[in-house]
Design a protein around this ligand. Sequence first.
Ligand SMILES: Nc1nc2c(ncn2[C@@H]2O[C@H](COP(=O)(O)OP(=O)(O)OP(=O)(O)O)[C@@H](O)[C@H]2O)c(=O)[nH]1
Ligand SMILES: [Mg+2]
Length: 383
Amino acid sequence: MQEKKSVLEQHIAVFGESGSGKTVLVSSFYGAAQEASFLKQSLYRVVADDIGQGSRLNRNYLGMRDEAKAPDATRFAATSYAFSIKLKDPPSVKAAKARPFEALRLVWHDYPGEWFEQGVSGEEEATRRVDTFRSLLGSDVALLLVDGQRLVDHAGEEERYLKSLFSNFSNGLLSLKDDLLDSGKPLAQFPRIWIMALTKADLLPEMDAFRFRDLLDLKAADHLNELRSVLAGFVQYPDAMSVAEDFLLLSSAKFEPNKIEVSKRVGIDLVLPVAAILPLERHARWARVQQLPAKVADGIITNGARLLAAALLGKDHPGVLGKVLALINPDVVDEAAQIAGDKLRELNQQAITKQNYVTATLTRFQMDLDRGEENQVLLRSLK
Ligand SMILES: Nc1nc2c(ncn2[C@@H]2O[C@H](COP(=O)(O)OP(=O)(O)OP(=O)(O)O)[C@@H](O)[C@H]2O)c(=O)[nH]1
Ligand SMILES: [Mg+2]
């Protein structure tokens, strides 16, 4: 009997106010991955689980690329998009059999920020809001969008925008707390990595990830601290959390008066690597630096992070997910998270030669993140 291959699922939660660029972002992410040039050189394909949704996203993308038309607003719509990252079949059957998993499933949850801004109208919407929030609790990573256009509009007095943005988030989260926590008991599963992401970065050509961090520190430090303590109130072991310690610049395209240049993207190619690699890197560090008791450390490492760590190292564990996981201890996660530089490139090369596309893809993701940092599009937590 053939054993069932596993599909590894990672979730990412995207929080952004109306108009901050959520729909354009997901359309640009998906559409670009359907271009012939991407398919040719990539070891994986991005496939929408819902075909109709996939064509809508691609249509949004083509509308921008060919007709300079941005997608319609989807105000108040909380949408989840499920994509499968399907690895190409290696030519050799042996290599195909040895794969630890066949696909990485990325579930992308949009949470409309205006639910935080203006409270909700009526009981039904309140329920929908709680349900939506609950659905994204399985995410390891959350992106909190800061709208570049709003920064431009508030040039010189950015604090006015930033403070209202962060306090809306804090207040919105607090208003959900009673509904989300069962008699006040903090959650084990909750996004622990909250990345500050600047959208429409093309409008701020001087900006880099360091300047973005400095801007937030300078103009909204107190409000960010407030947000940190609110988020800490939701989770068990709140020390194992990074809120506003990672910064990412995003631009889904370069928007000009009669032209939208979708090929001029910034940071979009880091979304997958961030979703796949950051959790395992961060979990390993929390366990190591904070000297969490072994059982706790073990408990906060998600299954996804474990499996990814083993796969990144090229440790082949084909078979049933439960059995595989039992073999992967926190040391493996730690080892995977610390691989860098020449060693990483070597591992990547070896994996390509051996047609181990899982390891090749994950080591490539790790290299993408390193390159993102070199280009100052990404700044990872220094802690
Ligand atoms: N310059 C620039 N403009 C962008 C970018 N992304 C989005 N925009 C602009 O922002 C507008 C709103 O983007 P959407 O993606 O529709 O925003 P949203 O967050 O989905 O908004 P709602 O659907 O109302 O929740 C677009 O119509 C574009 O004009 C970007 O990367 N660069
Ligand atoms: Mg939208």
